[in-house]
Design a protein around this ligand. Sequence first.
Ligand code: HEM
Length: 247
Amino acid sequence: MDLAMRLREGTKHAHTAAENTAFMKCFLKGIVEREPFRKLTADLYFVYQALENALDEQIHHPAVSKVYFPALRRVPKLEADLAYYYGDDWRHQIQASPKGLAYVDRIQTVARENPALLIAHAYVRYMGDLSGGQSLRHIARSAMNLPPDQGTGLHEFDAFPTVESRRAFKMTYRDALNAIEVDEATAQAIVDEANLAFQMNRDVFHEMEEDVRAAIGDHVFDLITRQDKPGSTDRTPGHSSVELVAA
Ligand code: HEM
């Protein structure tokens, strides 16, 4: 079963929609406000905690175990990020947003009722952090003028420090997905769950938008967010979106 291709193809519209959220459009233009950024970091901390606890519990599951890679673990990185943004007592200061809670809840439900669907949740977050997340990291660092080694741990993978090593690992991850033996119905359920995971990421972004709008004002916010652009995973392989637009 070519689950890697099924996931990429089956979620490309959801990916394009995520890139075209107002929050991401502003982000890509270098508008990264500290308050919504740290709120998002807190939400992702709760999401990854749920996900990584669930993956640990399913370490012997025949399908989930195939994509069990401790080198991906994000919780310790997010803890360091939160200590930077909120201070030493960050645990008492943070709480999940309503949509962040819904996302956590969904991961916990899936873990209980149909653990194979955890594959979808792991795919959406980890492959995203290894891909577009790398650009977001650079933008966040320069926009918030962060001190070296602080604040962007989410997108730092000690085991994969270079572009080449991340690219190679993404191939390993796709091979692992393809080695999972699933029937057609399960494969479709995993793709559907991945689309839901994208939707839940978009929902969390939407909650951050008002902070961004307040920081930059209605006019600039509308200018930046009114046009959509082609998606990064929704194009012919080997062509940049710039080439596609020009074609
Ligand atoms: C892949 C960019 C947001 C999840 C990619 C790739 C790019 C990219 C260029 C292709 C990498 C490759 O083929 O090796 C971006 C940009 C984003 C963004 C610029 C924001 C503005 C997101 C978000 C998520 C996400 C919010 C989910 C939470 C993924 C996934 C893949 C991916 C799962 C892997 C696709 C595959 O090859 O199967 N992204 N991305 N991305 N992105 Fe994003």
